[in-house]
Write a protein that binds this ligand. Structure first.
Ligand SMILES: Cc1ncc(COP(=O)(O)O)c(C=O)c1O
Length: 423
């Protein structure tokens, strides 16, 4: 065992990891779609470093933007001060976001982007003289992050149940991917009809529920849900932390159903996967409710030390330009290669179902009692040169948008070999 592996075992505690069975893999460098460990072994980054890498690692344009900002300043606060990269990225986000979203509130993770939307929605109704509107609707098996507010609107038992006593309770609408659009919409309409007066917002991952195992919604669900929320005066919070920045094949998933939410939560790919950054976009109508003379105390009392970190914003600005100019237009053939490989995986007897929305793919294995097949397959895939992570029995493919045909072939071969050896 190397000195670093040994030190890791002695001092580190890794997220979502059973440390009793932890095998360290020390990554030293990244090159394009590949991660390289301290032994010089190369691995295809099959999950974009937890769904955030957009253009591959070590990209010259992003590196340059980061270096140039570093020569100016690494960090200064956004509480009471402002700076050019923050302002310019905010304006660029407003330009590309669904219509009506005109205000940008930064934070530093997907979870905080969701917390902020929940708190802003809640405070908005208080400020507008509707104090009973305090509760949130969400989908079954929803995932919106790991901070307590975000867990309160989450529905993945494995991650969330133990924290139940600590949480704001939310109301679940069955996932349309599991019960069909009509049944989910009926239930949504019912909840809105009986308790719109106590509902602040409906929070939803548009088109695909990622952490639930890549559950893809039937077409039309999002658009109809948005209409219902609007009709009943309940905010729609679109959590595009996972789906944003090209992951579903368009810049934002909401675009595909012509939906303009009241809040848009962004994270992960916002800075190309380089640095922690997130944003919560909202409408002018929401923003204006928070205005007034200082003693009226209407302002939003929320902020983080690293809100709008200038390095992250500078990379985010360059990343968005790169995405629109090159990465997204060039991703279309990669989507087709991935769809073909997904089809091949469907043929395997150990595979129960394959679900795909753009570059978000879930390969659900036929479960076996007492075995964590997803984890075993992903661990084995490393021996075939690919880094994967499971969601229960679902093996996830979520490569950078820059994945080419050869890399898709490696992704498929490695996954197929690992499934063959484990299942
Ligand atoms: C839809 C969605 N929302 C929020 C989050 C939380 O983001 P973060 O891990 O950056 O806090 C995630 C993370 O996977 C996500 O998929």
């Amino acid at each position: 065992m190397s000195m670093l592996e040994d030190l890791d075992r002695r001092v580190m505690w890794h997220p979502f990891t059973q440390m009793a069975e932890w095998e360290p893999l020390v990554i030293e460098r990244g090159e394009g779609n590949y991660l390289i460990d301290t032994q010089g072994r190369r691995y295809l980054d099959g999950v974009s470093s937890l769904w955030c890498n957009v253009h591959g690692h070590n990209h010259p344009r992003l590196n340059r933007a980061l270096r140039e900002q570093l020569e100016r300043i690494a960090h200064s606060t956004f509480l009471g001060l402002t700076h050019e990269p923050g302002i310019r990225l905010g304006a660029a986000l407003v330009e590309v976001a669904p219509p009506g979203l005109s205000r940008v509130f930064y934070s530093d993770s997907g979870s905080t982007a969701v917390e902020i939307a929940l708190k802003q929605s809640f405070q908005y109704w208080q400020l507008r003289g509707r104090p009973t509107k305090q509760r949130f609707l969400r989908l079954g098996s929803a995932y919106h992050g790991d901070t307590l507010g975000a867990v309160g609107v989450g529905g993945i038992d494995l991650f969330h149940r133990i924290f139940g006593p600590l949480l704001v309770q939310s109301i679940a609408i069955p996932s349309p991917a599991l019960v069909g659009a009509a049944a989910a919409l009926d239930r949504l309409a019912q909840e809105l009809d009986t308790r719109a007066h106590e509902l602040a917002a409906f929070v939803v991952e548009p088109l695909v529920q990622g952490a639930a195992g890549m559950l893809v919604h039937p077409q039309g669900f999002l658009a109809r849900a948005a209409e219902l929320c609007r009709a009943y005066g309940v905010h729609l919070i679109a959590d595009e932390v996972a789906t944003g920045f090209g992951r579903t094949g368009t810049l934002f998933a909401c675009e595909q159903e012509g939906v303009a939410p009241d809040f848009l939560c962004l994270g992960k790919g916002i800075a190309g996967g380089y640095l922690p950054l997130a944003a919560t976009l909202s409408t002018e109508e929401i923003y204006e409710a928070f205005l007034g003379p200082r003693p009226a105390l209407r302002q939003f009392f929320h902020g983080h030390t690293f809100t709008a970190n200038p390095l992250a914003c500078a990379v985010g600005l360059e990343s968005l330009a790169l995405l629109r100019e090159e990465t997204l237009p060039r991703a279309q053939p990669h989507l087709a290669s991935l769809a073909r490989s997904a089809d091949h995986m469907r043929q395997l007897s150990a595979v129960r179902e394959v679900r795909q929305c753009g570059l978000m793919i879930g390969i659900e294995l036929v479960p076996r009692e007492t075995r964590l097949l997803g984890a075993e397959v992903c661990e084995r895939a490393r021996q075939h040169g690919v880094i994967l992570r499971p969601l229960g029995d679902v093996v996830v493919w979520m490569p950078p948008l820059t994945i080419g045909a050869d890399d898709v072939a490696l992704l498929e071969e490695a996954t197929r070999a690992a499934i063959g050896e484990i299942c």
